[in-house]
Design a binder for this molecule. Structure first.
Ligand SMILES: Nc1ncnc2c1ncn2[C@@H]1O[C@H](COP(=O)(O)OP(=O)(O)OP(=O)(O)O)[C@@H](O)[C@H]1O
Ligand SMILES: [Mg+2]
Length: 297
């Protein structure tokens, strides 16, 4: 049973949670053109997709070394924007600032200097509560280590963020079931994360990232914990999302992942050192390996 404000659930789902009544949930129609997680458009990225979804200007993030006043510049005056439908890889050596950038783009953290505009709204100077609200409504997260709630089933994991968005129970169940179907988990709805393979758990994360019809989906090393075949299946799902017009950002160390993207940005020591267009590797058939045949862990 899900209870609003229920301690452990709320903590674990912090990044996808609290919200307003369902009726007040804004749709992102200005960007998504009536797009819905349940009935995706079959549009393909084209040059007309030029709406800016997210933009940072002169963005810096300065940390203090723990226990000292010594400053570490994790990001140094970055300027970048992301267009609707773009599929971007962020690469760079360990410590180059990739996660710091993702945390700011995902409204998990604020910049020290500079501005961040998401869906036309300047979110760099909002309160922490507002930031949390924006995060739960506009961002989808996919993590390397899944961050699923171990005590809950697939369906319940998908329903929790909808609960915090104030979506009524029947609608939650319907949407969770449909999202699970879309990622190939219809046969696993009542399984808990420990009863799923790594690839299946990542599918749940992908479905969970879609529940709020996000403006942008952020994935930090999404295939890092998966074997290469399962990783390919997850990337095929990403291709499918991108083909429906989703805007995606993927942090990766893997050139094979970056090769699938439209654009590759490289960071070094907190600065952008390259920003290149890619001719993406064609997507393999999506008909295979949708998860139902995968062995349980
Ligand atoms: N909370 C923090 N306090 C102090 N310094 C931090 C903090 N978070 C990150 N840093 C520093 O900021 C820099 C960038 O870190 P970040 O986590 O963004 O790197 P990354 O590119 O994601 O690396 P990796 O590939 O290893 O995940 C590093 O030098 C790191 O030590
Ligand atoms: Mg990182």
């Amino acid at each position: 049973m899900l209870r609003k404000g229920g301690g452990a659930v709320k903590t674990e789902l912090e990044v996808q949670s609290p919200g307003l009544p369902y009726d007040s949930v804004p749709r992102h129609s200005e960007l998504s053109n009536q797009r819905s997680a349940l009935s995706p458009q079959s549009s393909v990225l084209s040059p007309q997709h030029s709406s800016t979804v997210a933009a940072v200007t002169n963005l810096s993030k300065i940390y203090c070394k723990p226990g000292t006043t010594v400053e570490v510049a994790a990001l140094r005056s970055i300027n970048i924007d992301f267009k609707e439908g773009e599929y971007t890889a962020i690469m760079g050596a360990s410590g180059s600032g990739k996660s710091t950038l993702m945390n700011i783009l995902g409204c998990l953290d604020k910049p020290t200097h500079g501005s961040y505009t998401l869906g036309g709204q300047d979110v760099s100077a909002v309160t922490d509560d507002d930031l949390s609200e924006i995060r739960s409504r506009k961002i989808g997260f996919i993590f390397q280590n899944f961050n699923l709630i171990q005590q809950l089933t697939v369906l319940e994991n998908l329903e929790v963020p909808m609960f915090y968005l104030g979506i009524p129970p029947a609608k939650r169940r319907e949407r969770a079931t449909e999202l699970a179907r879309r990622v190939g988990l219809t046969e696993r709805l009542d399984h808990r994360p420990t009863q799923l393979s790594g690839g299946q758990q990542q599918r749940v994360c992908i479905a969970r990232a879609m529940v709020n019809d996000p403006l942008i989906i952020l994935a930090d090393e999404p295939t890092g914990a998966l074997d290469s075949k399962t990783g390919q299946q997850i990337l095929a799902l990403f291709d499918e999302l991108v083909a429906t017009g989703r805007t995606m950002l993927v942090v990766t160390h893997d050139p094979g992942v970056a090769a699938r993207c439209h654009r590759v940005i490289r960071l070094h020591d907190g600065e952008i050192v390259s920003d290149e267009r890619n001719a993406p590797t064609p997507s393999p058939s999506l008909g295979e390996g949708r998860g139902e045949g995968e062995a349980r862990k």
